[in-house]
Design a protein around this ligand. Structure first.
Ligand code: NAD
Length: 336
């Protein structure tokens, strides 16, 4: 198949070309570093498939343009699919495929890296030591053993975080409309969302972004959290209301904040903007807090995860080419 790969950085190209070579170079991959949107959709002309990432736009308008160019498959190289209008894809007879669980460990380990960095002020110490400042004032941390970690969403990644935190001697509580027996087997226990917020020293978000989880963490939720609790979001930016986080940081209700995702990240992340001014004042305000650690959506970014993403993406494309169905489809029907 001829596939237009959008938002393609050099590392995407490397991993996808390797996976394609392993599949005997079956597919013709055209790489475009720009994001997919109404302006760029024309680059998919004469392609039967597009390969898209988290910030590519796949609303009805873009899907209609793609369908007009003959695109029949959208192969997402990510797990989340909140950026795709699945009903429009259904109406236009476009198959949507994703990479469901390429490496939950990658995102879970990044989550735990953020927890440890914030608990022990590693992000501050790193800068201080390089400037010859070895004073400890302001670096006082806290032990993880005995702390309560609240996991929101205990699918592949949330479960993995639960397992690691149990290893640190933490109590693990969780909220999920679809409880997972494996979490209970680890010694975790399910509670209501208000109880999770009230009891957790660390709240970690691992649910998908859906209409139900949009701004799940808002002013009300923050008011229910333990004073000075830590909040970590490695799921999707829209699960939290960022101005509410800023208010929570200013009041001290949020003691530490770790974000790998941001609601308006599409205009910032995956680009080197070091010689430009950040135009987003909300994001710029977040960066001023010493107890906030932001990474630019890199939870998935390990060699292992990138190989698995590329392989599964190629398998989705090959399966569709051979049988007319992708290996890991997402659709309105499946979601229901
Ligand atoms: P998953 O589908 O295995 O698990 C998601 C869990 O969330 C499910 O158990 C589901 O029942 C639960 N859930 C749904 N609605 C909920 C709600 N209202 N409250 C609590 N739980 C709810 O997904 P996963 O592979 O564990 O990934 C989780 C999310 O992490 C993805 O949807 C994606 O947005 C994000 N993610 C981020 C990165 C990154 O690089 N930062 C990488 C991969 C995935």
């Amino acid at each position: 198949m001829r596939v237009a790969v959008f938002s393609a950085r050099a590392y995407d190209r490397d991993f996808l070309e390797k996976a394609n070579a392993a599949a005997d170079g079956k597919h013709e991959l055209l790489f475009f570093d720009i994001r997919l949107g109404t302006e760029s959709a024309r680059l998919a002309a004469e392609c039967e498939a597009v390969c898209a990432f988290v910030n590519d736009q796949l609303g009805r308008d873009v899907l209609e343009l793609l369908a007009g160019h003959g695109v029949r498959l959208v192969a997402l190289r990510c797990a989340g699919f909140n950026n795709v209008d699945l009903q429009a894809a259904r109406d236009l007879d476009i198959t949507v495929a994703r990479v469901p669980a390429y490496s939950p460990d990658a995102v879970a380990e990044h989550t735990v890296a953020m927890i440890l960095a914030l608990a022990r002020n590693i992000h501050k110490a790193y800068v201080r030591v390089r400037e010859g400042n070895f004073a400890l004032e302001g670096l006082l941390g806290f032990n993880l053993r005995g702390r309560t970690v609240g996991i929101v969403g205990t699918g592949a990644i949330g479960l993995c975080v639960g397992r690691i935190m149990r290893g640190f001697g933490c109590e693990v509580i969780a909220a999920d409309p679809m409880p997972n027996d494996e979490l209970v087997a680890l010694g975790g226990r399910y509670v209501s969302m208000p109880d999770l917020l009230a009891a957790s020293d660390i709240v970690s978000l691992h649910c998908p972004l859906t209409p139900q989880t949009h701004h799940l963490i808002d002013r009300d939720a923050i008011a229910q959290m333990k004073p000075r609790a830590m909040l970590i979001n490695t799921s999707r930016g829209g699960v939290v209301d960022t101005p509410a986080l800023i208010a929570g940081l200013k009041s001290g209700r949020i003691g530490n904040l770790g974000l790998d995702v941001y609601e308006e990240e599409a205009d910032l992340f995956f680009e080197n903007l070091s010689d430009r001014m950040i135009q987003d004042d909300v994001f710029a305000r977040l960066l001023t807090f010493p107890n906030v650690l932001v990474t630019g959506h890199q939870g998935f970014f390990t060699r292992e995860a990138m190989s698995a993403i590329a392989e599964t993406t190629l398998h989705n494309i090959s399966a569709f080419a051979e049988t007319g169905a992708a290996l890991h489809p997402v659709s309105v029907e499946r979601l229901a």
